[in-house]
Write a protein of this length. Sequence first.
Length: 143
Amino acid sequence: MIFSKNKGFTLIELLVVIAVIGLLASIVLMNIQTVRAKARDKRRMQELKQLQIALEMYYNQNRSYPNTDGKWWSHCDCDDWAGKNKGVSDDNGWIPKLAPEFIASLPLDPLRGTYKGDLTGPTNDTNSCQFCYIYRSNGIDYK
């Protein structure tokens, strides 16, 4: 048997290990992004369900829905929204008079403040409007 005095790794072995670690790291990061997106969607669904319940409680007490005179109201920073920059409670809430009596505070979208152009993925929309919830009602029904 012949023993070598040089102990260590060859350059090829080191490059293979680095490549495998890089591949595993990219797979983990892709899975984390998917989980985050699913969590945001789940949160949105829960918030919309809470809003629906609060709107029905408001309707039961007042026999109408919070009225915006048929205009869209939101907490967006968009220049083209008539009801932009509304608050999250009281008469100035993006759903007026709903919070804090029927819901603690009006929710805001989890991606609020993120421009579509900043997102990674298939969308190439560079709309400058932020993600947000919007509301419209004539008192009889709502969207």
